[in-house]
Design a protein around this ligand. Structure first.
Ligand code: FE2
Ligand code: FE2
Length: 593
């Protein structure tokens, strides 16, 4: 019987009793509160009310009031419970836990021994087993316990007709609830699979309630199947109409929660893919830093997880929750996004004369032309001397040609980024640059002022302007990311990402922040960024450092007050770098245990 029907009967009875009450009780007896005298005596008092002086009517009234009270209380409890379940379902953002919760709550509501949750797959042709629970058999499958690999239930037969033989499939296709007292006596559906399952487990499947889950557009997105309702003594009984109604209500709440969860997941997935695509685009700009973004994420998250694991030491009180971990991970993926605006030839400048191409070839051509000019000059003066009957071997010119060759060899050597430029070397570059070669009628310097400036870079390949352009990527990272409307739980992404080149002693960039001005998350990113750069084997003009070499350099940076000492020590002592190296670096780089 539906609760609404019970309620109608109770209300009808109550109204009838009230009429009887009015007939039997005088107005003065209906008074409430102090000073009231019940004509039947004090023992007939029911709280402040005496119902009537007719005992049978009074008993009837008493029982009605009690029933209404019980009914109201139970309804209140049900509504309260459904509300709590509704809130809990909508608050659960983990899909696996949500699916489990749906079955758990439905089983609790109906005292069902078992429950199965199926989800309609994307092509709407199958029902996938998502959750299987059975208390008697001590079975809990799916959800947080991992995917169920059972064959899905086909919604359609091979000839394309709807599969009405399977009860879950029928419920999904028809959208109707199926309530079966005993599946062994059910004629409309094929329970062969259930019988086989029972035979293998010794279980006896009896009552079954199968409820389709409709989304807001009335599409069936899943099926909730409950098995063997139990009474208070543990005996299997049929699912009541009340159970059916409650399960339907819960199923529709669960469907809404599931759809919301999916929408959130889809959005997060889209967001995540988008971020990785951007990070990939940044890495793809350079053939030398192909996996920098991904590797920095790897090291960053290893350090953050290790911090969370620490029960003692400087990080014992630090714990990043799931949202903070996610925020840090996204910041790590996007930390170099500002490099999008840095020209590739600057980012990947592998020699001092590198622009869109290595200009050493242009310089070489000038030296060759000069050499040829000297050769021509030597031949011409030789012929002239011969005509004049004079001797001379042109040794001065030969010497000059040799000098040109040596000068070029020197320029070619110092063009390399690994060449440290001392004052002497810079002076020699300048001296060579003053020599000239002939183009047409014009005498032109062998090396231009701009080339001289590049060749005079003391360390590496970058001029100050180029270094500034590259360093500006951190400021650009902030400019770009601060335009993105990150959700509240990721609001710090632009800040963490853009401060990955700040050093504790204030010598970093772009803001020159110091100490506590730099959040722990940014310090982690900095350590990860430096370690990756030091050990990367794909950088131009230098091999990747070994783990111990990289740790040594990081140690110097800690001593100089650039990097966080505690983070460095944690990463070394807890073997974070070593574990990373084992997965990402070549065996030849792993030189410690
Ligand atoms: Fe960077
Ligand atoms: Fe980086």
């Amino acid at each position: 019987m539906y609760l609404a029907e019970i309620y109608c009967i109770v209300v009808t009875l109550e109204y009838g009793a009230l009429l009887a009450f009015r007939e039997n009780a005088g107005a003065e007896e209906m008074r409430m509160g102090k000073g009231f005298t019940c004509p039947m005596g004090d023992d007939r008092m029911r709280g402040p009310v005496c119902y009537a002086d007719d005992e049978s009517i009074d008993r009837l009234l008493e029982s009605i009031v009690s029933s209404v009270k019980d009914f109201t209380e139970s309804q209140h409890e049900v509504i309260d419970r459904l509300t709590r379940i509704g809130s809990a379902l909508s608050a659960e953002h983990n899909l696996e836990r949500l699916l489990e919760m749906i079955v758990d709550e439905a089983r609790k509501f109906t005292s069902a021994d078992g429950g199965t949750l199926y989800i309609v797959d994307e092509d709407e042709k199958h029902l996938h087993f998502e959750i299987v629970q059975n208390d008697s058999l001590k079975v809990r499958m799916g959800g947080t316990a991992g995917k169920i690999i059972w064959k899905p239930v086909a919604l359609y037969n091979d000839d394309g007709s709807p599969n009405h033989a399977n009860v879950s499939s029928y419920a999904a296709i028809s959208g109707e609830v199926v309530n079966i007292p005993d599946v062994y006596h059910a004629k409309d559906f094929d329970f062969e699979g259930t019988r086989t399952f029972d035979a293998s487990t010794g279980y006896r499947s009896t009552s079954m309630l199968v409820v389709p889950m409709h989304d807001h557009e009335r599409n069936v997105i899943g099926v909730l199947q409950l098995l063997n309702a139990l009474d208070s003594s543990g005996k299997v009984i049929s699912f009541s109409a009340e159970s059916r109604r409650l399960t339907e209500s819960l199923a529709s709440q669960a469907a809404v929660a599931l759809v919301n969860n999916r929408l959130i997941w889809d959005l997060e997935n889209l967001f995540e893919s988008f971020i990785k695509t951007i990070a990939h685009a940044v890495d793809e700009k350079s053939p030398y830093t192909g996996s920098h973004g991904r590797r920095v994420v790897d090291i960053t998250m290893r350090i953050a997880k290790k911090i969370n694991d620490m029960n003692e030491g400087p990080f014992s009180a630090v714990h990043f929750n799931d949202d903070q971990m996610n925020e840090l991970r996204i910041a790590a993926w996007l930390h170099d996004v500002g490099k999008i605006a840095v020209p590739e030839y600057v980012m990947d400048k592998s020699t001092k004369l590198q622009a869109l191409f290595d200009r050493i070839e242009m310089v070489k051509t000038r030296f060759e032309v000069l050499k040829k000019d000297l050769e021509i000059q030597r031949l011409k003066s030789g012929m002239k001397a011969k005509k004049a009957g004079q001797g001379g071997n042109g040794s001065a010119l030969i010497e000059e040609m040799k000098n040109v060759e040596e000068d070029y060899a020197f320029i070619e050597t110092v063009n390399s980024g690994s060449e440290f430029m001392s004052d002497d070397k810079i002076a020699r570059v300048k001296a060579i640059a003053e020599k000239t070669w002939t183009l047409g009628e014009e005498r032109i310097p062998l090396i231009t002022d701009e080339e001289t400036e590049n060749l005079s870079v003391r360390k590496g390949t970058l001029t100050k302007e180029e270094r500034d352009t590259i360093n500006n990527h951190a400021a650009l990272t902030y400019e770009i990311l601060s335009q993105v409307p990150f959700p509240r739980k990721m609001k710090n992404v632009p800040w963490y990402a853009s401060t990955h080149h700040e050093y504790l002693n204030g010598s970093g960039y772009p803001k020159g922040l110091k100490g506590d001005e730099i959040p722990l998350q940014s310090r982690i990113l900095t350590v990860a960024d430096v370690f990756e750069a030091l050990t990367a084997a794909d950088r131009p003009y230098r091999k990747g450092n070994t783990v111990s070499q990289a740790i040594k350099i990081l140690g110097f940076m800690v001593k100089d007050g650039q990097l966080d000492k505690d983070l460095f020590e944690l990463s070394v002592n807890e073997k974070v770098f070593l574990e990373y190296a084992k997965t990402e670096l070549s065996p030849s780089q792993i030189d410690m245990e």
